[in-house]
Design a protein around this ligand. Structure first.
Ligand SMILES: [Zn+2]
Length: 526
């Protein structure tokens, strides 16, 4: 199977029907989306296509990008662009095969093909549909599972390397606006996340040797990592290898295929894959930054950048600043997001609001705890206002963070005589984040529309947000404390806890900072 030429992807037609396509059809404006059989496959196939476009069809600059945004290429044009790369995208070749080790050794051990799925053996299997006792994958699902594993690889025991971005990284992609009943085209969903050649950073020493193998590592012998110093730094590969990282040494086993139905997509195939073989000590990536993932950076520049991962409690508006704009003590948004804000947001006359699609596994070592998949509003501002905007949002997020913590501790005070003897209930702060989400995005709208991000107009937004936080927090306290009333708990304890909460909702440090700003402008106005 050739992943450039063959119809191995499922797409959705604007009229809602699903149909098989090959990658060169993605610029057909009648297609609205991909239709992968699992949510992690959907994320992986998007990244596969973005990687392919970035590698084989990257625009020279923003002008060329905009031209292709407005007038997408024909299928023939994309076919011609992909053709020189097609021989590297064969799944079942004897030599170099897509995302597989070039020179398997006798130590390679056979494994059940189901182990390519990251959630195999985890509780969240149910979420994706229970795996059958003996798995079988059709070639299309095997290709996607292989790519998804190499993209997200968790730590898997001694020498089984994590992905280039660590185990279970978050991926963030910009989504074009969609009007109700009028979905955006697949092409625009992909192309918005492809950067010009000039934006893919060039590093010294990267062009040595075979350039194609420096981009697509399976074309050359694997840079194995048995030795402690056997790492692969950005200087050891091409910057585009970020899209094609291959930390696991894997070879699909085509000798044991048979006819049957795929465990994931249920398609009938005469080449159902049952096994793959693998060995530890594959490529050990060090210091890479993936263009589609946000990173924490050490302000002292001593530590290497650390990718943002899926995390307990999910992705919500409290992550918005770090994923969208970045700011002190927040991660830096993915390169693709920064590029969009700096170069594209004002150049595109969007009708409607673009969104940020955030997805990834929450992994606990090799176990998948959860799959996160959500979109957040973009709320962009012109580049010269980004810093002021981010500063204001950070001040308001700090108030929210504080209020969530105050709610948690005061509900405990209401519930128990000796609150310190009891564990925190994560549902309590979670209820705060859920309840105030709408208010937060309304506040961003409000902030975005202000003429100035300082002085009285900023003070007015601060004041409205603080009032909303106090109101929601006290209401949630009452709801959570109700149980304590029913159990005839110490009513005085509940009343005291509420009074203390109300005091701190005004007096805690982040709240005070906001209020002093508001009062300063009240005084100036008077
Ligand atoms: Zn399948």
């Amino acid at each position: 199977m050739n992943l450039v030429h063959d119809n191995w992807l499922q797409a959705v037609h604007m009229e809602g029907v699903a149909l098989p396509i090959h990658p060169s059809s993605v610029a057909n404006l009648d297609l609205s989306d991909l239709d992968a059989p699992r949510p992690d496959f959907q994320g992986a196939q998007y990244q596969f296509l973005i990687g392919l476009l970035q590698t084989a069809y990257a625009p020279a600059d923003e002008d060329e990008w905009l031209k292709r945004w407005r007038t997408p290429p024909t299928t023939e044009e994309l076919q011609a662009a992909f053709a020189p790369w097609a021989d590297a995208f064969i799944l079942n070749a004897d030599g170099p095969a897509f995302m597989q080790d070039l020179q398997p050794t006798p130590e390679f051990r056979l494994r059940d093909i189901g182990e390519l799925l990251i959630d195999q053996g985890s509780d969240i299997n149910l979420y994706f549909g229970p795996a059958s006792r003996q798995s079988g994958l059709c070639p299309a699902c095997a290709a996607t599972a292989l790519f998804a594993l190499q993209c997200n690889a968790p730590s898997g025991g001694v020498g089984h390397r994590v992905s280039m971005r660590g185990g279970g990284p978050l991926t963030t992609l910009i989504r074009p606006p969609e009007a109700p009943g009028r979905p955006a085209a697949l092409w625009h969903k992909l192309w918005l996340n492809v950067m010009p050649k000039t934006a893919i950073r060039q590093r010294a020493g990267q062009q040595a040797g075979n350039e194609r193998a420096a981009i697509l590592p399976w074309l050359g012998p694997t840079r194995t990592s048995e030795r402690k110093d056997g790492q692969t730094a950005p200087a050891d590969g091409h910057p585009l290898q970020a899209y094609w990282g291959m930390p696991r040494r894997i070879r699909l086993d085509w000798t044991s295929t048979e006819a049957g139905r795929c465990s994931v997509c249920n398609a009938a195939t005469d080449r159902l894959l049952r096994c793959f073989s693998t060995k530890n000590y594959g490529v050990n990536y060090l210091g890479w930054e993936h263009p589609l993932t946000p990173y924490y950076h050490d302000p002292k520049k001593k530590e290497l950048p650390l990718s943002v991962k899926g995390q307990k409690g999910g992705i919500g508006y409290r992550h918005w600043l770090g994923l969208m704009l970045g700011n002190e003590r927040q991660p830096e948004p993915a390169q693709v997001v920064r590029h969009y804000l700096a170069e594209r947001w004002s150049a595109l006359e969007h009708t409607g609001a673009p969104r940020l699609w955030v997805f990834g596994f929450d992994l606990d070592n090799a176990k998948a705890r959860c799959w996160y998949d959500t979109t957040l509003p973009v709320h962009a501002v012109p580049p010269d206002r980004i810093d002021d905007f981010a500063r204001a949002v950070r001040a308001m997020l700090e108030v929210a963070q504080e209020a969530a913590g105050l709610l948690r501790s005061h509900v405990k005070q209401a519930w128990f005589d000796r609150p310190k003897d009891h564990k925190d209930d994560p549902a309590v702060p979670q209820s705060f984040w859920q309840r105030t989400e709408g208010a937060f995005y309304a506040m961003l709208d409000d902030l975005q529309q202000q003429q100035a991000l300082y002085g009285p107009s900023l003070a007015a937004v601060y004041s409205r947000w603080h009032a909303a936080v106090i109101e929601h927090t006290l209401r949630l306290f009452d709801q959570w404390a109700e149980g304590a009333y029913e159990q005839c708990a110490d009513l005085k304890r509940v009343v005291d806890a509420r009074a203390d909460l109300e005091k701190w909702l005004r007096a805690a440090k982040p709240m005070k900072a906001l209020r002093s700003e508001v009062q300063r402008h009240a005084k100036e106005a008077a």
